[in-house]
Design a binder for this molecule. Structure first.
Ligand SMILES: [Zn+2]
Length: 160
């Protein structure tokens, strides 16, 4: 028997340490979160992507009374980007969550498992790492690749 270890590293920084383009992404994601359709959870999530062509797109969570029919902000945004520009890579994805008062939630909120699966396949499909920024009230967690959020991905190669 052998025990293997997996090391994952990420950067923790403050809002003040965000670059100009990261702040722009945060502004877009924050504006999107304010438009979230979240009447059930009141969990208002905004996401914004910086694409390889320099364009920024954003999206927010869309809930539904039939809960599984809704969709998370990051999937709304990445699917939107992939639908609009199927051949352009997602360079950076930023995700933030607002509370009912419109303030950033305390801790950075990571994507759910289903979103991680989609983000991972998007990263594989584009052949380039997608940087992920998770923005909380005072802290930002930065991952250099989706694979740091979802190791041992079900890649689809298992189907071949
Ligand atoms: Zn999700």
């Amino acid at each position: 028997m052998k025990v293997n270890e997996l090391k994952i590293s990420y950067i923790e920084k403050s809002h003040e340490e965000l670059s100009y383009s990261e702040k722009k992404l945060l502004d877009e994601a924050t504006a999107a979160a304010k438009k979230a359709y979240a009447p059930y959870s009141k969990f208002r999530v905004g996401a914004a992507v910086l694409l390889g062509n320099g364009e920024v797109l954003s999206g927010c969570n869309q809930e539904n009374a039939a809960f599984p029919s809704g969709l998370c902000a990051e999937r709304v945004t990445v699917f939107y980007a992939n639908a609009k520009y199927p051949d352009v890579a997602v360079d950076t994805l930023l995700i933030t969550v607002l509370d009912e008062n419109g303030d950033y939630r305390g801790e950075p909120v990571p994507p759910c498992g289903a979103c991680r699966q989609v983000l991972s396949e998007t990263e594989t499909r584009q052949g380039k790492p997608m940087r992920i920024l998770l923005v909380g009230k005072s802290k930002v967690h930065e991952f250099s690749s989706v694979s740091d959020l979802l190791p041992f991905i079900f890649s689809g190669n298992e189907l071949l």
